[in-house]
Design a protein around this ligand. Structure first.
Ligand code: IMP
Ligand code: MG
Length: 201
C-alpha cells in the first residue's frame, strides 16, 4: 500500500489538532435548552468515507448525541470524478421523523456538492429544527463552486486524495493521513474512466 502513495497532504498531527478546534466550534454553537444544557445533536455520518472522521469527531464532543447513518454513492469503482449522488436505501437508517432535532451531517469531502445537496433535501423533508453540515475536506475546484459546509476542517486543491476514510476503488481508507496516489495507480493524468465495479462513496 505504501508504495502507491505519492504525497502526504495532511498528516496525523495536523488532523488531530484541527479536529480539537472543530469539535470545540460545533459544541459551542449548539443552542442551549431550558435546562441550561446544550440541546442534543443528531449526527448523520455519510457512509462510507466519513467513518474515521466521525469516530474521531464524536469522541471530542462532550454533548448528548445520537447517530443515524446515511449511505450515498457518487464515485463508482475507479472513477476519480463524481458520477452523481444516489442514496443507498439499504444502508440508510434514518428515523422517519426528525422533528425538533438539531442535525449535523458529517461527510468526508465536499467536491461537486451533489452529495450534501441531496442529503439536505432528504433530511429537510423530515422536519428537523436545523440541519448543518460538517466536512473533513473541501476541494477547491475551478469549474464548480458549491456553497461551503457550515464546518470545514481543511480546504485542499483539486486533487484526488485517499486515506483517513477516503478510498480509491474501495482501498486506502485505513491509511491514517490524507495523501495523493501516484499517477500510475489511478491512471496517468487522473483519468476518470470507470474501470471496475468497486465500492465508492
Ligand atoms: P460530491 O457529491 O461531488 O460533493 O462528492 C462527495 C463525495 O465524493 C465524497 O463524499 C467522496 O465519497 C467522493 N470524493 C470526492 N472527492 C474525492 C477524493 O478526492 N477522493 C475520494 N473520494 C472523493
Ligand atoms: Mg462520500
Amino acid at each position: 500500500m505504501e508504495r502507491d502513495i505519492d504525497r502526504v497532504l495532511i498528516g496525523r498531527d495536523a488532523i488531530a489538532a484541527r479536529l480539537d478546534e472543530l469539535a470545540a466550534e460545533v459544541a459551542a454553537a449548539l443552542p442551549v435548552g431550558p435546562d441550561g444544557e446544550p440541546e442534543p445533536l443528531m449526527i448523520v455520518p455519510i457512509l462510507t468515507g466519513s467513518f474515521i472522521f466521525v469516530a474521531d469527531l464524536v469522541r471530542r464532543l462532550p454533548v448528548r448525541m445520537q447517530l443515524s447513518l446515511m449511505s450515498v454513492t457518487s464515485y463508482p469503482g475507479t472513477a476519480t470524478r463524481s458520477r452523481g449522488s444516489t442514496v443507498e436505501e439499504g444502508l440508510t437508517k434514518l428515523p422517519k421523523s426528525l422533528a425538533g432535532q438539531h442535525v449535523l451531517v458529517v461527510d468526508d469531502i465536499l467536491d461537486t456538492g451533489g452529495t450534501l445537496a441531496l442529503v439536505r433535501e432528504v433530511l429537510g423533508a423530515r422536519g428537523p429544527a436545523s440541519v448543518e453540515t460538517c466536512v473533513l475536506l473541501h476541494k477547491l475546484r475551478d469549474d464548480v463552486k458549491p456553497p461551503p459546509a457550515d464546518y470545514t476542517a481543511f480546504t485542499i486543491p483539486d486533487e484526488f486524495v485517499v486515506g483517513y476514510g477516503l478510498d480509491y476503488d474501495g482501498y486506502y481508507r485505513n491509511w491514517p493521513e490524507i495523501v495523493t496516489l501516484k499517477p500510475e495507480v489511478t491512471g496517468v493524468g487522473g483519468s476518470d474512466e470507470v474501470r471496475g465495479a468497486g465500492v465508492g462513496a
